[in-house]
Ligand binder design. Structure first.
Ligand SMILES: [Zn+2]
Length: 275
């Protein structure tokens, strides 16, 4: 089964991130349950237009009507069946819980500070990260490929050395004016875990290094230098955290995340996953 998160990225990339219940019913079994369980998909506003429950080939405006017992019922007009009753649940729609999504990224990346919306439902400042001894803002933005994307560009570039996460779609090649911040598509670095999403830290680190121009310009570490760095970092003050440089060096040398993880596990005598 494809990772259920792909439905979240598609929705999050949409200007109206709502999916009607009849479309959700066509998703593979388990996707809805999984996305609800991790809190990323929640009930959204009820639809004002629905697919005709009889013909299944035309959308109509829902009309509310008061019944005899003063209860409200809903119907649509249909060229074939004239008036078709619409059950309440046919109007249900699902949406992305951006609070849960941004919160999960904050937790997984250990960001500091608080989450704030820089542009309503469009650009969020998730917090700060200490990247190679520099404090940088981490942002989540959607719709950088929409026609009005220019309206949020300065919101992003005004942040402090921003690192920008997007659901899936990247902006046009000529979108940025001046330097381009590191952009990371979540569909490339996230997968759904048991109760939340999991992030591939090595892929993120590499993407940032790459965008900052460090990876392209620097000479990859030799294996001896890399092993020495690992030994130093493992023994220094009982530190068990390896630095970004080590992860990137291992990736450069080994050529894949999995091989890099195996190499680091061997060097540190600890289990290290490709994540
Ligand atoms: Zn109809």
């Amino acid at each position: 089964m494809r990772d259920p998160l792909i439905w979240i990225w598609t929705l999050a990339d949409s200007a109206t991130p709502l999916v009607p219940v009849h479309m959700v019913s066509q998703w593979p079994d388990g996707v809805l349950d999984r996305l609800r369980a991790c809190g990323l998909l929640i009930p959204g506003a009820e639809a004002s237009r629905v697919l005709c429950p009889e013909c299944h080939d035309h959308y109509e405006e829902v009309i509310a009507c008061e019944g005899a017992g003063r209860e409200t019922y809903f119907y649509i007009t249909c060229p074939e069946h004239l008036r078709v009753r619409v059950p309440r649940d046919a109007r249900w729609q699902w949406t992305v819980d951006f609070g849960t999504l941004t919160g999960a990224i904050v937790t997984k990346l250990n960001l500091t500070g608080s989450v704030s919306e820089l542009s309503h439902h469009r650009v969020w400042r998730l917090g700060r990260t200490n990247w190679q001894r520099k404090s940088r803002d981490v942002l989540f933005a959607r719709g950088l490929h929409w026609r009005d994307a220019d309206t949020v560009r300065s919101v992003i570039t005004n942040a402090r050395q921003p690192i920008v996460f997007v659901p899936r779609s990247m902006p046009a090649a000529d979108y940025w004016i001046g330097s381009e911040p590191p952009m990371i598509a979540l569909d490339q670095v996230a997968n759904s875990g048991e109760s939340s999403l999991e992030l591939d830290h090595l892929a993120i680190t590499t993407a940032i290094q790459d965008a900052d121009g460090v990876l392209g310009d620097s000479v990859p570490l030799t294996e001896e230098k890399l092993k020495l760095m690992i030994r130093q970092q493992m023994s220094a003050n009982n530190k068990t955290e390896l630095t970004d440089a080590v992860f990137v060096g291992a990736y450069q040398q080994q050529g894949s995340y999995r091989k890099a993880a195996d190499f680091l596990a061997e060097q540190t005598s600890r289990a290290i996953s490709k994540d």
